[in-house]
Design a protein around this ligand. Structure first.
Ligand SMILES: [Zn+2]
Length: 123
């Protein structure tokens, strides 16, 4: 599937969830419909992972572990998605930086404009 995330939306009260919810976090009802989430959002908060996560399941990139950012991206649909955040400098992620979805699997991954530009330069 392409670069989009599928969440869920409560048919009763409209609460959006990601990952898709079986029961609504807000009203508790089980009437949920799939909802395609947009590929752009803003960084709501993040932290820098400065040591390699337990492996498995973590797979170190070729060349070894490098610190990376993980955080929450707030989408226009009103849901926060936990994601890996690609950047060229962690300072780019401050002040509700705008980020773009670049992968949905195995975990959501968003990139800053600077990271997208750097990525474009090498492909
Ligand atoms: Zn609900």
């Amino acid at each position: 599937m392409g670069r989009s995330l599928t969440g869920s939306r409560c048919l009763h009260c409209g609460t959006v969830a990601f990952p898709p919810a079986r029961g609504c976090q807000s009203c508790g009802r089980h009437s949920q419909a799939p909802l395609q989430l947009g590929g752009h959002g803003t960084v709501w908060g993040f932290t820098v992972q400065r040591f390699a996560p337990k492996s498995p399941p973590y797979v170190a990139p070729e060349g070894g572990f490098v610190p990376f950012a993980v955080g929450y991206v707030e989408l226009p649909e009103g849901v926060k998605v936990e994601a890996v955040l690609d950047c060229t400098d962690f300072a780019e992620l401050d002040d509700a930086a705008e980020v773009t979805l670049v992968a949905a699997e195995p975990v959501p991954r968003f990139a800053t404009a600077q990271a997208l530009a750097a990525r474009g330069a090498v492909t």
